[in-house]
Ligand binder design. Structure first.
Ligand code: F6P
Length: 360
């Protein structure tokens, strides 16, 4: 084993640089391997100057930095590559070209750091004979067979800080504050941040909500003399019998982009009860900036594990965290189904026990 490549794909997540740094240091210090960084996800294999050598110097000082020094892309699938031609979007299969390129640079393994989309491409490349090892990252925490992905803890902490700030202004103005959080179709960010941030109502995609239940919780608080409430709403949450809200529908290039549920809730509550309601959409603040200590710790351990897996030829597998221990699982098994909040699990139950309404 002489040379390995590494890439980051999909939406960025705090901790990507920490994982890159750990992988590069382990590869060089422990195994004397040469490391090539692929720029902008899988696109780098198809781009001029899409690859750069990574050495100790290239990863110096990047542990606390958000984003990824390699760049990323969430539309760069070599199996379904999108290009614009004559004003139309055309989908091309550029996987053969990508595989040729991977083989021509003579790498012994490819480490793919990504969420479900990127890891799925990695899995397809593994099916085609490319020795791939995966590292799970995403603020959404929606990858199965690992307790956590890195990026999630930072997103939750940013959201909790937002709740702390909304709390004081909500209390002063006797208002209902609705905070919309990311997570796609998984409610982990809203659930964890809602509990840690003292939300009174938490709405997640796994539990369709009723407006009456939200109103009931707010009324209970008013009757008890508390004239403000905090609501955490996942971007993928939806009313019972209703639909999710998208600000951008799915198209040939992008999956649909969720957003707008906080505003819908605000208008409904104002119409139904005349309450004073305001919304905040936290958006990409949850993804940018410095990773928390937990995310640096997890990303570092995943980066080290991935290189060890490469050296031990444990391909087609993904680094994973189980009860605080680093492990590895089959990539294919991890991607069979997305991870969702267990609505009967202890986290949801804890929320209920401390009086939080889940809107059901
Ligand atoms: O998967 C991470 C994530 O931040 C989701 O929580 C969110 O729905 C989506 O990406 C936003 O994507 P984009 O950055 O393309 O707007």
């Amino acid at each position: 084993m002489k040379r390995i490549a590494i890439l980051t794909g999909g939406g960025d997540a705090p901790g990507l640089n920490a994982a890159l740094r750990a992988a590069v240091k382990t590869a060089i210090n422990e195994y004397h391997l040469e490391v090539i960084g692929i720029r902008n996800g899988f696109d780098g294999f198809l781009q001029e100057n899409g690859m750069i050598p990574l050495d100790q110097k290239s990863v110096q000082g990047i542990l606390p930095r958000g984003g990824t020094i390699l760049g990323t892309a969430n539309r760069g699938n070599p199996f379904a590559y999108q290009i614009e031609k004559d004003g139309k979007t055309i989908t091309l299969d550029r996987s053969a070209e990508t595989i040729d390129r991977i083989q021509s640079i003579g790498i012994d393994a490819l480490i793919v750091i990504g969420g479900d989309g990127t890891l799925r491409i990695g899995c397809e490349l593994w099916d085609q004979g490319i020795p791939v090892v995966g590292i799970p990252k995403t603020i959404d925490n929606d990858i199965n067979l690992t307790d956590f992905t890195f990026g999630f803890d930072t997103a939750v902490n940013v959201a909790v800080d937002a709740f702390d700030r909304l709390h004081t202004t909500a209390e002063s103005h006797h208002r209902v504050m609705v905070l919309e959080l990311m997570g796609r179709d998984a409610g982990f960010i809203a659930l964890y941040a809602g509990i840690a941030g003292g939300a009174d109502v938490i709405l997640i995609p796994e539990i369709p909500f009723h407006y009456e239940s939200i109103q009931e919780k707010i009324n209970q608080r008013i009757s008890a003399g508390t004239h403000f409430s905090l609501i955490a709403v996942s971007e993928g949450a939806f009313p019972y019998g209703g639909e999710k809200k998208y600000w951008m529908q799915e198209n040939q290039v992008y999956a649909g982009r969720l957003g707008g549920m906080a505003e819908q809730i605000m208008h409904t509550l104002i119409e139904q009860s005349g309450l004073e309601v305001r919304t905040t959409v936290l958006g990409h603040l949850q993804r940018g900036g410095t990773p928390t200590a937990f995310d640096r710790w997890l990303a570092t351990r995943f980066g080290v594990a991935a290189v060890n897996m490469v050296v031990n030829r444990q391909f087609g597998r993904m680094a994973a965290l189980h009860s605080n221990k680093i492990d590895h699982v089959s990539l294919r098994d991890a991607l069979l189904e997305p991870k969702r909040v267990n609505t009967l699990g202890d986290t949801v139950n804890s929320a209920r026990c401390v009086g939080i309404s889940l809107g059901d």
